[in-house]
Every structure is written in structure tokens, then in C-alpha cells.
Ligand binder design. Sequence first.
Ligand code: ARG
Length: 458
Amino acid sequence: MWGGRFADGPSSIMREINASIPFDKKLWRQDIRASLAHVAMLADQKIVEAEDATKIVDGLNQIAEEYETGGVPEDLDLEDIHMHVEARLSEIIGPVAGRLHTARSRNDQVATDFRLWVREAMEMVDDALDALQKALVSRAEEHADTIMPGFTHLQSAQPVSLGHHLMAYYEMVRRDRSRFADARKRMNESPLGAAALAGTGFAIDRDKTASMLGFDNPTANSLDSVSDRDFALDYLMAATQCSLHLSRLAEEFVIWASQPFGFIKLPDSFSTGSSIMPQKRNPDAAELVRGHSGRIAGAMNALVMTMKGLPLAYSKDMQDDKPPVFEAHDLLGLSIAAMTGMIAEVEFSGNRMRALAESGFSTATDFADWLVREAKLPFREAHHVTGAVVSLAEEQGCGLADLTLEQYQAIDSRIDERVFDVLSVDASVASRSSYGGTAPDQVRVQIAKARQTLGLEN
Ligand code: ARG
């Protein structure tokens, strides 16, 4: 009834469901590094003889070389990376290999290895985000004076500086980096020595292994040490938030690259053609960044679901912690690199942006503000008068600056010729000089600050 699947017998199914080596072999460097620290500490504490420790260290170094050059072998019977290393060690140095596992368990071992891996992943993401920020700042600087329509509801709202728009993403990425930095600080404690769940009776030195592995201190509770994966979730949550930001930028690129917008021309290196429509230049890379954010959020959700309701301490469910983290990390790395490349190489069409900024009555608010400031109308009344002016321009098929003074005065006699000073998009953008506003001079203030933060010369 179960078909061929069970003809193999339950033991082969068990082997397959139990094994994590196909994915946790990624942890081999961390596993060997943690074992080297552990055995050095065991020797210092005279728990293992110096001579045996030397054999173990040499054997571990040999395995590292083998894995580096030939890859990690996958034997499902040996379950995971920890057992692969140990089994190979006893092939190389014989029964003395068995002394390595004194005063530890695979439970604190995997918690340690995975923390080391995630910590490195956080550092890699931070470097990649630094490069993205530098690309954003450099393009923003180039385009502080380029005018584009700013949108709300994807309707032209008020003109803004393109540099200002790009710097909005600089700010998002700045917060993303602080989330990763925060998570890294919180997770930097060593679980090694928690053993299976209760600690150990051997006179180990957890401070020593912690500092050898670059941790700030050992974790304080053995049960917590082997059973929480909040550090991996912190990574996934920060990755999810970061990927949401990237996906919004990617979506803007998709829209901006479309013919009706025509704001950007994507570089050949980040677009593809169509096999049947020769005119097409598709923003595939941007679309995939947008898509990948869904998979990264899915990975985060997967680990949330795995951890929910698990009793203390270790349960095998937790072996499933790794695939989502590995997947999200690969996707995030690619997404950041793709957006960095696109930002650096994209061609902005300043003329097209300006034309659209001028066409959408985007200075209507400036006109209303002028009525309040100069003609002393209450804002509500100014809003009403502005509505009438916009209808007239719409009827005439022209912009606000193209109406005549007579036409303005026919709508409200308190309007005079000074109104034309505020109807241009340049005047509008330049006037928004409040802190954090879009006036090019303000934008340059923020760019200078960003350059300083990024360690660039001003
Ligand atoms: N492969 C396991 C994991 O990734 C290692 C820990 C196994 N511990 C155990 N008691 N079965 O979680």
C-alpha cells in the first residue's frame, strides 16, 4: 500500500529523516574551530594529556585540509557534521580521538558551531550593506539637484530631489545595519561547555573557550544555551526587514524602468531581453530581489514555527534551524549585491523626471502655501482656491505656471504677479529646507553626514 518507499525497510527511512549532513556540512569550519578550542582547554585543564591533545589537534588540522580541498563527504549513517569529523578523526589517530568528546555533547557543539556561523553571516551582511550605502550616497550626491515627482498613493504629489529619494534608502539601510549589529552583540556568548543540557562535572574552563572563539563571555544557563535559537531568529528577522527595504527599491526600479515612466535605463548587466519581443529590456534582477524578499520572510516564518512551543531543552526539531538560515543568507547576499550593482550603474533620466514633475500640478501645495503666506488666506480657503486653479489648468491642458495673471485674478483678486516665483518645480524643491526636507542644500547636509559615517572624505 505504501509502494516502493517502504520496501527499503524503516531503518533507511530513519537514516534519511535523521541525517542533517546534506546541509550542516556548511558548518565544518566552525565545527573544527570549536573542537580545536575545546581540546586546547581540556589539555590546559589536564582533563586530556598534552600528548593526546597534540594528536587530536594534528588530526583536526588534517581534516580541515581534506575538506578544504576535497569537500565534505556525506555518509547518512554518520548523521551530521559533528559525527563526520569525529569519525574521520578516529580513522586518522585511532581511539584517542574519543577523548575529544569529553565534557561536551553534540547539543552544545551544534549551538556553538551555528552561533559562529551566524555571527560571520551578520558580519558579511554588514560589509555588503556598507557597499550599498556607499553606492546610494554617491548617486545621491550626483543627483541632489535632479528634480523628480515625489509620490503619495503613486500619484504625483510634490516635486522632490532624486538625491533625496535615494538618501531615503540610505536611512533604511542604516537602520538595517544597526539591527544586525545589535543582534550580533546580543548573541556573542559561548554555549560551549553547557554539554547535553545540565553542564558537566569536569573542571572545564568556559571562559577560556569563550575567549578563544571570540565570544564576550560564556552563556549563563546551560538549559538555555542548548535550546534557544533566538540568535538565528534575530538574524532572520533583521534579514527579513532588510529584504523588505530592498524589495521596495527593487519595485521602484521595476516601475521606473517601464516605458510610461521612463525614469531609468537599467544597465545591460542587470537586465534581460525577450526571446520574441526585440524591444524588451526586462528588469529581471530587480524583480527577483522583490521576489526573494518573500522567500526570506518565509524562511524567518519557518524557524518561528519550528521553535514555537518546544519544551526545554534540546529537541531534534531544532536540527531544522539551519536550512532556512542558509537559504535566507544566500538570497539576501545576492539581493544586496544586485541592488548595489544596479544603483551604481543605472542611468537616470533627469529630463524625463523633470517633465513629469512639471506636468502633475505638483506645485499646487506651493501655490496654496503662497496664498496663506502672502495673500493671508486661511489654509482651508487657500486649498479651495487652489482647487479652482487646478481645474482651470486641467481644462486648458496646461501647467500652473502657464496660466496668465488675469486668469489667476479672475479666480481670486488677492493673487498678484509674485505668485509666479513659487510655481516652478525648482522653487518648490528649494523652498523645502526644513531639517530633513528635500531642498538640495538640506540633501547635501545629509549626504555630508552620511559620508562621514561611512568613513568617506568630505
Ligand atoms: N545534528 C544535530 C542538530 O543539528 C546535532 C545535535 C544532535 N543532538 C542530539 N541529541 N541528537 O541539531
